[in-house]
Every structure is written in structure tokens, then in C-alpha cells.
Design a protein around this ligand. Structure first.
Ligand SMILES: [Zn+2]
Length: 149
């Protein structure tokens, strides 16, 4: 399942990418453009706009909460999604990232991060490194709670 998030859900879009889902985030564009891209690319619309959710011809999910953890929980539980490939996409550009050896990131990430983390990923589009930092731990906890409930 692929998604398009409306412009009010930029942070959610980023996090769904980090959880491994294919999400585009066109920013502040007209509703019609969101509908079009959803139809063309077979993407489900995730939106905080009730009107957009109800008027789109493709499937849409209306998200009420403006709290990130609740949004993530809601989307995963509502659509019964399982996180099977975490850290597989770049949060900035939605490209698939590559797992890289710890030895290759020395000097390229902050020293404290290098010391604490064992797993690293790299987006060759953005030339950005990823690791599972404190934000990740917060989201991982949210997902665990979901699995237990
Ligand atoms: Zn990227």
C-alpha cells in the first residue's frame, strides 16, 4: 500500500517513510492535485481535511489527531499495517536507503552517535546518514504498545 499525505501531515509522512512505507508529500498544493496523484499512482490519501477525505474517489483516511504518536498509531491500526522493513526509506525524499557498515560512517556522523549506534543507513539521493536515535526510540515504543494492545 502506497500513500500520499496532505500538507498538514508532513511529520507523519516522514515517520511513515522511516517505518518503511512509500509515502509522498507534495506540500501545499490544491486538493485536486492530491486526488490526481493518488489516482495516477494508486496511493491512499492520508489527510486531516475531512472534505478531501470524503470527496476523493480513491481511498482516503481521515486523521483527526495532531499528535504525531497518535497519528502513527491510528494509521497503523486503522489499516492493519505491520512494520516489516523499518529504516528502509529516506525520510526526506522517500528513496530506498542502503544499509552501510559502521566502519564506513566514521567521521561522517557525530562522534557521540558513532559511539552509541551500531546500525547505519545512507540515502544516496540526499547523501544523508540515518541511525535509530532518540526520536526513533519514542516511535518504536509507540509501535510496541500497538503490538501489545
Ligand atoms: Zn533521500
Amino acid at each position: 500500500m502506497k500513500f500520499v499525505c496532505d500538507h498538514m501531515l508532513g511529520t507523519l509522512a516522514k515517520w511513515l517513510r522511516l517505518l518503511g512505507f512509500d509515502v509522498i508529500y507534495p506540500g501545499p498544493v490544491a486538493d485536486s492535485e492530491i486526488r490526481d496523484v493518488a489516482a495516477q499512482e494508486d496511493r491512499m490519501v492520508i489527510t486531516r481535511d475531512k472534505e478531501l477525505a470524503s470527496t476523493t474517489k480513491v481511498r482516503a483516511l481521515y486523521v483527526e489527531s495532531d499528535v504525531l504518536e497518535e497519528q502513527v498509531k491510528f494509521v497503523l491500526s486503522e489499516l492493519d499495517l505491520k512494520v516489516t522493513e523499518p529504516m528502509s526509506r529516506c525520510s526526506l525524499c522517500n528513496s530506498v536507503v542502503d544499509r552501510v557498515d559502521k566502519s564506513s560512517v566514521e567521521g561522517k556522523v557525530p562522534e557521540g552517535v558513532f559511539d552509541r549506534q551500531e546500525d547505519f543507513w545512507f540515502c544516496s539521493e540526499c547523501e544523508k546518514y540515518y541511525w535509530q536515535g532518540s526520536h526513533w526510540e519514542k516511535i518504536a515504543k509507540t509501535i510496541q504498545e500497538l503490538d501489545m494492545s
